[in-house]
Each structure stands twice: as structure tokens, then as C-alpha cells.
Design a protein around this ligand. Structure first.
Ligand SMILES: *Cc1c(COP(=O)(O)O)cnc(C)c1O
Length: 456
């Protein structure tokens, strides 16, 4: 039930910013299947992870506490861009002629231009506290690499980024951003790691993939020993935990205007902006609230809609833990679509479990229709969205158009995960009619799924 109001930007004051993150682990309808050590084939122990992550993050990964305090120092850093506005997209509503109300949570106002700094600063903080000197990571479109470069700089940590080659070439300015914040950036596959060299030997022109870049970053951290750790920008429980500040803020904002969403939407790559925005609403749904929660993925990488729910490696070289998730197979290399952040073969185990339990829904959308939605959004609301974000916009528009047919005045909310100021090459290609839809890569996925590990 909604009250009438004219507020377009629903703002929270800094003092009303959430002081705790929401951990969905204790509320999941069943426990997550345990992650498996890829070397031993046995259930992974916290000690196995200690070579990659600081202990505090490992404890968050397995925590059963529903709320976890945000350290004071981090709250002060969050204030650089948080709380972020929840915005009523009135001009978009008018353009569509829909009775629905559309809101978006604008995470593009962060320094790196996306939701990713929410976890980057937290990971840098805990690493610094435990004596880490250097962080390695991978990046797809460059959003995560720039977020971690920004965060590493705040805490005086060195940052090494393996950037998927197709994005490195498509998005050179992301690389410049990372370098401005002090990071070292390499186009993956590189010849600096065994995993990278193995890929190059098979295919010297490999466009790279997130799975390959993860292998390189993990190998670099493991082989460098004690003071170098690895940092992941999505998929893991602790990453989504840090991102829940998005949904917790949004709930307070809806409360402030006396509204509550009927539909919550987010795009999914590894699942972190979707999980961060939606899990506080999933919490309500599990307690009986009527609400639809929709994850949107590209049809060129249809993990949730076409993959099986199975144990698989998190990376191509089988160095990362084996987890139960929706997957297209660890050596599936998706087509070089422009939404680089959505080209991951797997999905967060928490998001996967919720999909398997039918608590959330998933849809896959083709590339041309998401660019169309992105242009509509830029023309009506003014902000240029990231190609990843346009996936969420597409489905928000589709749901609003359904309301137009039925005359229902639903409240639709989506997470505006990032801006596209450094993705203009992709929009240029769209405007020039050069964006194509890819056919569902059935054969490639089938082949890749034959290589799933046998567990249990
Ligand atoms: C990285 C990224 C995504 C996809 O990653 P998730 O972990 O699924 O959120 C989506 N949108 C933007 C703008 C991104 O940078």
C-alpha cells in the first residue's frame, strides 16, 4: 500500500545509514552444500581458505549471525558516497504510459561508478587489519578492478589486477582509472602465470574470461606467499554480505515514503548486486511478505535459466573451491557481449539455492533489447547506465508494460548497479547498428557441462 508523495529522490541522512550488514545464511530454507577443496576433494575447511583470504572474511563467509556490525572506520568511508539515493523514475513511467511506479536504487554514485566499492573497501579494511601488503584480483569489464584499486589506495595496499583481454581492449579507460588509483593491470590470459600460459598455448588469441582471470589471480596470490592475498568481487557469501547495505538502505527509504515494492529486480553476473539489493527483501518474503524477486542475465551466458544446479569449479584452471551452484561449466567461454560483468559461468551459491527453492525467479534477455532499454533510460531519466545495468532496466520496463495491460499500479524497484560512462564504445556500436544477438550456445554449454567434477 502506497501513500501519495512527490518525492523523486528519497534520501537518507548519514546518521540513518545501516550500522550492520544482513547475513542471509541463518534464514536460508536449507543449509548451503559445503564447498569442496579442489586439490583434496574433501570438504573445505576455514584453514584451506586462509592462504587466500584474511580470517575475518572467512568467518563472515560461514557466519550464522543474522546481522554483522560494520566497523566504524568503514562507516566513515561509506559516507564518501552513501547513503545512495532511491529515485522514483517518473519520466520513465510517463514515457511507458504505465500505472506502475518504478524506483531505482542508484549505486552509480560511488567513486568507481558501481556497487562494487561497497565490498572492496570492506575487503581492503580486513586485509589491512591482518597484515596483508598486496591484493590480487581479476576483473571483467573493469568495474571490480577499479573498485579494488580505489579501496587498496585508501588502505595503502598494492593491487594487481588481471583484466579479461576482450574488456582490456574494449575499455582502455577503466585501465587508466585503476592506474590512477595505483594498481598494476595486466590483460588476461597473461604469460605471467601457469594458468595463463596454458590457455595461450591452446589459443593465442583467447579473448579471456572471468574464469581464466580468476585462475591467474589465485595462482599469483598462492605462489607469492603470506603477505599477498586474493580478493573476489562477487559470488562469495561475504561479498554479498557487504552489498546488503544497498537493500537495507532501500527498505528504510521505502518506509520513509510509505511504499514497499511488489517486484524487486537486479542483473546477475556473480550475483552480488542482485543479492545485496534483494536479500533484505528475501528476508521479508521468507517471513510471509508477498513480493516477486527477479534476477536478470544475458541470454549469451544463461547460468540460472539454462545451467544445472551442480557442483563445479569457480575458475577455469580448477584452483578455486568447488561449490554447488548454477553453472555452465568452468571452461565455458561466453561470447564477447558488452556486459562484461555478466560473463561468468557460475553463480553465487546463496543466489543459486534461492533459485532452486523457487524463492527467486530468473530471466535471460538478448543483448539488443537491453541496449534499447538503456537508451530509453538515458533519454527519460538522464543517466547513462552500464551495459550490465541495462539488463535490470529491461525487465523493469517489461514488468511496467505488463501493468499497463492489466491496469495494475504495482511498485517496481530495480538496482541501478552502475553508470556506463566508460562503456560508450558499446553504445556507439548499438547506435551504429552493430550489436547482434547471439544464439543460445547449446553445443558449447553441453560440451562444457560434460566436464563437471564428480562430487559425493
Ligand atoms: C560487476 C557488475 C555487475 C555484475 O556483478 P554482480 O556481482 O552480479 O553484481 C553488474 N553491474 C555492474 C555495473 C557491475 O559493475
Amino acid at each position: 500500500m502506497a501513500l501519495d508523495n512527490n518525492e523523486k529522490k528519497i534520501l537518507l541522512s548519514e546518521k540513518d545509514m545501516p550500522k550492520q550488514w544482513y547475513n542471509i545464511n541463518p534464514d536460508l530454507p536449507k543449509p548451503l552444500d559445503p564447498p569442496i577443496n579442489p586439490q583434496t576433494g574433501k570438504v573445505l575447511s576455514p584453514d584451506d581458505l586462509a592462504i587466500l583470504f584474511p580470517m575475518e572474511l572467512i568467518m563472515q563467509e560461514v557466519s550464522m549471525d543474522r546481522f554483522i556490525d560494520i566497523p566504524k572506520e568503514l562507516i566513515e568511508i561509506y559516507k564518501m558516497w552513501r547513503p545512495t539515493p532511491l529515485v522514483r523514475a517518473e519520466r520513465l513511467e510517463k514515457f511507458l504510459g504505465t500505472p506502475a511506479k518504478i524506483y531505482y536504487k542508484n549505486e552509480s554514485v560511488s567513486p568507481a561508478g558501481s556497487h562494487k566499492p561497497n565490498t572492496a573497501v570492506a575487503q581492503a579494511y580486513y586485509n589491512k587489519k591482518e597484515g596483508t601488503k598486496r591484493l590480487t584480483t581479476e576483473t571483467g569489464a573493469g568495474q571490480w578492478g577499479s573498485a579494488l584499486a580505489f579501496a587498496g589506495n585508501l588502505f595503502d595496499l598494492d593491487v594487481t589486477v588481471y583484466m579479461v583481454k576482450v574488456s582490456y581492449n574494449q575499455k582502455p579507460y577503466r585501465k587508466t582509472m585503476m592506474r590512477m588509483w595505483g594498481a598494476n593491470v595486466f590483460a588476461s590470459p597473461t604469460d605471467k602465470t601457469e594458468s595463463g600460459r596454458a590457455i595461450l598455448a591452446q589459443d593465442p588469441n583467447s579473448p579471456g574470461s572471468l574464469g581464466i582471470a580468476i585462475s591467474e589471480a589465485v595462482e599469483d596470490a598462492v605462489k607469492s606467499g603470506g603477505h599477498t592475498k586474493y580478493s573476489l568481487g562477487s559470488v562469495l557469501n561475504h561479498v554479498i554480505l557487504h552489498q546488503t547495505i544497498i537493500g537495507l538502505e532501500a527498505k528504510k527509504q521505502f518506509e520513509k515514503v510509505g511504499d514497499y515494492p511488489d517486484i524487486v529486480i537486479g542483473c546477475v553476473g556473480g550475483g552480488s548486486n542482485f543479492g545485496g539489493f534483494s536479500f533484505p527483501f528475501v528476508h521479508d518474503k521468507l517471513k510471509g511478505q508477498k513480493i516477486r524477486i527477479i534476477a536478470v542475465e544475458p541470454d549469451a551466458c544463461p547460468t540460472l535459466t539454462k545451467g544445472p544446479f551442480a557442483y563445479d569449479y569457480g575458475d577455469t584452471a580448477k584452483m578455486a573451491p568447488i561449490v554447488k551452484m548454477y553453472t555452465l561449466g568452468h571452461d565455458f567461454v561466453p561470447a564477447g557481449i558488452h556486459a562484461g560483468g555478466l560473463r561468468y559461468h557460475g553463480m553465487a551459491p546463496q543466489v543459486s539455492l534461492l533459485k532452486n527453492e523457487n524463492i527467486i525467479e530468473a530471466v535471460a534477455v538478448p543483448q539488443t533489447t537491453v541496449f534499447e532499454a538503456g537508451i530509453i533510460f538515458a533519454k527519460t531519466e538522464g543517466i547513462i547506465p552500464a551495459p550490465e545495468t541495462t539488463h535490470a532496466i529491461r525487465v523493469a520496463i517489461d514488468e511496467a508494460l505488463k501493468c499497463k495491460e492489466t491496469g495494475e499500479a504495482k511498485t517496481i524497484a530495480f538496482n541501478f548497479s552502475g553508470h556506463g560512462h566508460l562503456d560508450l564504445g558499446a553504445f556507439e556500436a548499438y547506435l551504429d547498428g552493430k550489436i547482434v544477438d547471439y544464439e543460445y550456445p547449446e553445443e558449447k554449454i553441453k560440451e562444457s557441462l560434460e566436464k563437471l567434477p564428480k562430487v559425493g
